[in-house]
Design a protein. Structure first.
Lengths: 250, 352
């Protein structure tokens, strides 16, 4: 409860973790607010169905609040003026000159604040992915402020969890992105760091995942626990195994 | 990979076996597409069957193929034209946007498709008849196959996936004019001054987005109007996006005025593509993919947004999927195909 999990990927695609957490929390009966900036709703729906969860059904019963970034930005750019009279678009920062993610935060807070009739277990905020916000013009400070506000609202006040995906690259020239990623790493309770193999593409091992439990945050003079596994993504699940011990080798 | 490409080249057009469509199949057949075996997405041919093999069957509908230009834009231009030519042959609609060459001229320079005998007679062109003799001469080993139709392609009724083109000849005007197409030529568009929302984007990009959205909406490619439901694909081609001619100094300036204009454009474009029956090819100036690392991070495989290709002067294309695969593009008129570089290295090692 009240945990901040950072999903980080380098030289590979970590979205399988996002799909996993989405179906995991939906199956657990939590109320999920999914800020889906990278893909369309049907993409996540197709994968979630393979994992045994229907996103449309979850949306209908109010368990899932889905912000489809691709659709919202189209409404923002091509929408009629009359539609703007209601709530401001969560992606308003794209057209406003101030890179202020307050509208996005308000959207998250209103969707996760429990109403009287809700019977869901803890709220969860899922973001895929934060690097998109930077590329759409938000300043790193605005993004970090947004995450901070979300942590206060979701983790502290509502005792919920946050899972955020970011991209990073070790020798990256994108300083803004690296700034955000490093800052988030310091504040996370759990980091799942997915990396492509340094040797390149392999059919049997798709990459390596580093699981870092930030025990050092608990001020008990312990170091962070780090575990490293390799993984292979299959059609309906992901298999993890110790390094060098993939099924193809054994 | 080369074997697969070669097999694809040899296998087509020789047998008359046609698979019957499954009775009661729910997918309304759209000309020139086929479903992917891996995940049921609808795929288009990029115009180069060997490139289709590399892309895992073809370009998926709703996605974007990004190509970094080589130094003089020769090879990237070839891929660009092949993509559009494939659209003409399949009867798709085209949307051509450019800031430098007028779209009319681009359409005049598309490569000519390799057609079979019956269609050639319909066109009644002598030039193509001469070419068929060249082909017949060359069949000294496979002479049994000499009299079979070579490649079947007919612009209005072609149901094949992937066609072959003659890179040394241009498409006949009748063929290229037979297709429905829309153009966006930036110097002409800039002269008109409609008010529009730009979301702090470069005005040229904003205009292009509005133009594309208007076509998608008006022609019914997004399925929003049941009356106007389209049964064909809109192939969008944008040339040299991000260059100075589009008013963006991101390639030429270390501290560009607006570094996010192009990424915003690509994001909105992805949104438009995802909800319509369309696919897009974009060529970008050299080194832009390095400048905008974000584009590299979008280079994800399967069900996804961009496939980014880099090229160097010798026409060596490399992609950045889960690893690094380098392909060499061979242009031997009339043909053009991709061979993985690793295979060539193996062959040369064995030879040595």
């Amino acid at each position: 409860q009240g945990k901040f999990t950072l999903l980080r990927d380098t030289r590979t695609d970590g979205s399988f973790l996002v799909h996993h957490f989405l179906s995991f929390y939906l199956r657990a009966g939590c109320k999920v607010c999914f800020v889906a900036l990278l893909q369309s709703f049907s993409h996540y729906n197709i994968v979630a169905q393979k994992l045994g969860v229907s996103l449309t059904a979850a949306k209908e019963r109010g368990q899932l609040v889905f912000l489809e970034g691709l659709k919202s930005c189209l409404d923002l750019l091509f929408g009629e003026e009359e539609e703007q009279s209601g709530q401001p678009s969560p992606l308003q920062f794209m057209s406003e000159s101030a890179s202020n993610l307050k509208a996005l935060f308000d959207f998250v807070r209103t969707s996760l604040t429990p109403t009287g009739s809700d019977s869901w277990k803890g709220p969860v905020l899922l973001v895929d992915d934060l690097s998109v916000l930077l590329s759409l013009g938000a300043t790193p400070v605005a993004v970090l402020d947004f995450i901070h506000y979300c942590r206060v609202a979701v983790c502290s006040q509502l005792k919920g969890n946050i899972v955020v995906l970011v991209h990073s690259n070790e020798d990256s020239e994108d300083e803004e992105n690296e700034l955000v990623v490093n800052s988030l790493c310091h504040h996370s309770d759990l980091i799942l760091w997915v990396e492509g193999l340094a040797t390149g593409f392999c059919k049997d091992v798709h990459g390596q995942i580093k699981i870092i439990r930030r025990v050092s945050l608990e001020l008990t003079a312990e170091q962070d626990h780090i575990q490293i596994y390799q993984y292979k993504i299959q059609d309906k699940n992901v298999t993890f195994f110790a390094r060098g011990l993939s099924a193809a080798v054994l | 990979m080369a074997a697969a490409a070669g097999g694809a080249a040899r296998g087509r057009g020789v047998t008359s076996f046609q698979r019957k469509a499954a009775a009661g199949s729910r997918l309304a057949a759209v000309v020139g597409t086929r479903p992917s075996v891996r995940h049921g997405q609808l795929l288009l041919s990029s115009g180069l069957p060997s490139l289709d093999c590399v892309l895992g069957g073809g370009v998926a509908v709703g996605t974007l193929l990004l190509i970094e230009e080589d130094k003089y834009g020769l090879y990237s231009n070839l891929l660009f034209k092949y993509f559009l030519a494939e659209g003409v042959v399949c009867g798709h609609h085209l949307f051509v946007a450019s800031a430098k060459d007028h779209p009319d001229n681009i359409l005049k320079e598309l490569p000519a498709p390799l057609l079979d005998d019956t269609h050639r007679n319909e066109l009644g062109e002598e030039a193509t008849a001469v070419k068929s003799e060249d082909f017949q001469d060359s069949m000294k080993i496979a002479w049994r196959y000499q009299n079979l139709p070579k490649i079947e392609a007919s612009p209005t009724t072609s149901t094949k996936f992937g066609h072959y083109y003659d890179v040394s000849k241009t498409m006949s005007p009748e063929l290229s004019q037979s297709t429905k197409w829309y153009s966006f030529y930036l110097p002409e568009e800039l002269s008109s001054q409609p008010k529009m929302k730009t979301c702090n984007m470069n005005s040229a990009y904003a205009r292009l987005l509005h133009s594309i959205q208007r076509i998608i909406y008006q022609e019914g490619f997004d399925g929003s109007d049941p009356q106007k439901k389209q049964k064909t694909i809109l192939r969008i081609g944008i040339q040299s996006l991000g260059s100075m001619l589009w008013g963006d100094d991101i390639c030429s300036n270390d501290t560009p005025e607006d570094i996010h204009s192009l990424t915003k454009f690509l994001y909105v474009l992805r949104g438009l593509l995802r909800k319509s029956l369309s696919a897009c090819i974009i060529t970008v100036p050299a080194h832009l993919i390095q400048v905008l690392e974000y584009l590299q991070m979008l280079s994800v495989w399967i069900l996804d947004a961009l496939t980014a290709w880099k090229s160097d002067n010798n026409g060596i294309f490399s992609t950045n999927f889960l690893g690094f695969n380098s392909y060499i593009i061979f242009v031997i008129p009339p043909d053009i195909f991709l061979v993985p570089q690793s295979l060539l290295n193996q062959a040369s090692n064995r030879g040595a």
